[in-house]
Every structure is written in structure tokens, then in C-alpha cells.
Ligand binder design. Structure first.
Ligand SMILES: [Zn+2]
Length: 323
């Protein structure tokens, strides 16, 4: 993604319409590298918002998505993949990928549920009973439906922490695209729950983004095609900025660019734009790379954004790299 990783100084140069943005990027490919060009100086410190209470029963995400190349880089006791402590090792009750037959799958699910009840619900009874009455999540999270990237696993969201939307390629359509289950959930989270943060989380090797990038016919009636077409602007920006890169590199680029398109699209909803303007709501982007188990986080800099009928530009701030 181009725009988020450039220094703040560069943002003013990019405050232009889509077309001119593309041509600028094309001339200066060094700025196009999506986060892969991050240096220690471009990464903001570890100033991170502490996650809300992480209960002891949380089973860390470790394993299936790790590639051989990643494993080769990590020592056996890698801190990237926490071991279960003795007190909760009975949570390690099995692996669905290694389970045959539906009955076994549901048996495993039952064990996990009873483990949750024993180690979380009963231990934190007061907390869970309060949650039974009402929710007041700090976050609305929009993440891909991909089975490998559950935000509760990788970022430790606990019951009550985050209202969550998951869809193909973690896309937020612009308001003009009409109603969908996505913007219905968006409206509920913002106007009723009054969340303080919206966090759009993308990921590496996203099949939805690959479909978008491969799609030739924007008029296709295929449901998947019609959905991912919500990312068409990100695709056009990507194509304009990365014509010299391989298709795989273009997809990595678009995975991040589409997150920013979704952040900007959210400003087309007046009840979001108003709360962002009054600093009651912040819009964040995140990118999970499960090939090397790293995470990038940034925040849309609303004051530096310029979204009009004629064009749109945006800037980001508070970039962090966790890995
Ligand atoms: Zn995906």
C-alpha cells in the first residue's frame, strides 16, 4: 500500500485525485512498496493500546498458518507462538484439522465449549453475567471471512470487546452502493453501540483480493464477483501504481490498498463522518501477514483527508509494526 507507509511529509503530495495519484506513484515506484519497505524509522514505537482483559483461558493462535519458511526462522521456543501454561494445558484438547468425522468434530467442539465454561465463564462469572445484560464494545472489527485470520484468535478479542463483521476480503462498500448486511451492522455498531474505534483488518494471501484483481467482467452476476467489486477503486489504484510488479506483488499491494479504501468509504456515511469529525470515533487499518506472523496497524488521519465528489486522498498516522 502506497499511501499509508509514506512519511507524513509526503501526504501533501498525494492530496490529489485518483488519476493523478496513480501517475505520481508510477513515477516514484520506491514509494509504492506496500509496507515491505518499512524501516525501523518508519515504524512508530510500541505505543500500543493495551488490549482489554485477556483471560487465562485464551488459547493462542499458533500453528496451522505458519509456513515452512517461517518455521525455519524461529527457534523451538519462539515467543511468537506461546505455549499453554500448566494451569490451562487441558485446553489443548485437539485439532479440528486432524479430526475425522462430524461426530468427532462436534465432540471436540463440546470439549472446547466446556473448557470455555470452566476456565472463563465460571471464573469470570460477574463479568459474563454483566455481558448477558448488555454489550458495550470498544471496537467494531471488520475482518475477512477466511478461516485462518480470526481476529479473536490473533488479537485476543474477548467476549464483549468487539462487535464483528466478517466478509470476503474485509470490504466496506461506499454508501452509494446501497444496503447490505455489512452496512446494516456498521450502522448498528456506530449509532446504537456507539463504538469508539472501527478496525478494518486485512491479511496476506487473501483469495477475495486475488479474485478482485483477476476479475475481468465487472458486470458479472456471480455473487462473489459482485461483492468484491466493492473494492474496484483499490484495484484501479493498485493497477496504476504497480504495473511493473508481478501479479502476486500487486495482490499484496491491493490487500492493503483495499483496507484504506474501506476506511475512506466509511466517511461516505454521514453518521460515521460526523462522529469522526467530532473525535468520538477513530478509523484504523490493520494487516496480518500470516506468512511471517507479523501485524501492521495504522490510523486514518481524518484531518489530512480530502474526500469529495471529484476525488479522494487520504493520509494515515500512528503506524505500528508488531512482529
Ligand atoms: Zn481474505
Amino acid at each position: 500500500m502506497v499511501w499509508p507507509i509514506i512519511g507524513y511529509r509526503m501526504c501533501s503530495l498525494l492530496r490529489s485525485k485518483v488519476q493523478s495519484m496513480g501517475s505520481f506513484i508510477h513515477r516514484e515506484p520506491v514509494w509504492c512498496l506496500p509496507f515491505s519497505g518499512l524501516t525501523s524509522t518508519s515504524v512508530v514505537s510500541s505505543r500500543t493500546r493495551p488490549l482489554t482483559k485477556v483471560m487465562s483461558w485464551t488459547k493462542p493462535y499458533c500453528g496451522h498458518a505458519a509456513t515452512s519458511s517461517f518455521k525455519e526462522q524461529q527457534p523451538e521456543d519462539s515467543s511468537n507462538c506461546h505455549r499453554l501454561s500448566p494451569e490451562n494445558k487441558d485446553l489443548d484438547v485437539g485439532n479440528m484439522a486432524e479430526t475425522d468425522g462430524n461426530q468427532d468434530l462436534f465432540d471436540l467442539m463440546k470439549k472446547r465449549f466446556l473448557s470455555f465454561k470452566k476456565h472463563a465463564y465460571i471464573k469470570e462469572l460477574e463479568h459474563f453475567q454483566a455481558l448477558a445484560e448488555a454489550q458495550s464494545p470498544k471496537f467494531l472489527v471488520i475482518a475477512c471471512a477466511d478461516s485462518r485470520v480470526c481476529p479473536s484468535n490473533i488479537l485476543g478479542f474477548q467476549p464483549g470487546d468487539a462487535f464483528m463483521i466478517r466478509n470476503i476480503a474485509n470490504l466496506i462498500p461506499a454508501m452509494k452502493n446501497g444496503p447490505s448486511e455489512c452496512n446494516a451492522a456498521l450502522e448498528f455498531a456506530v449509532t446504537t453501540l456507539q463504538v469508539e474505534n472501527i478496525f478494518v483488518i486485512g491479511h496476506s494471501r487473501c483469495a477475495g483480493i486475488e479474485t478482485l484483481m483477476n476479475m475481468q467482467d465487472v458486470q458479472s452476476r456471480n455473487f462473489i464477483h459482485k461483492w468484491v467489486a466493492n473494492g474496484e477503486v483499490a484495484k484501479l489504484r493498485t493497477k496504476a501504481a504497480t504495473a511493473h510488479l508481478s501479479f502476486d506483488q500487486q495482490c499484496r499491494f491491493c490487500e492493503k490498498e483495499s483496507i484504506n479504501q474501506s476506511l475512506v468509504n466509511m466517511l461516505s456515511y454521514p453518521w460515521i463522518e460526523d462522529r469522526v469529525r467530532r473525535e468520538l470515533l477513530s478509523l484504523h487499518g490493520g494487516y496480518y501477514n500470516f506468512k511471517n506472523c507479523s501485524f501492521e496497524k495504522w490510523t486514518l488521519d481524518f484531518k489530512e483527508c480530502n474526500v469529495t465528489e471529484e476525488g479522494r486522498s487520504y493520509a494515515v498516522k500512528e503506524q505500528e509494526f508488531w512482529g
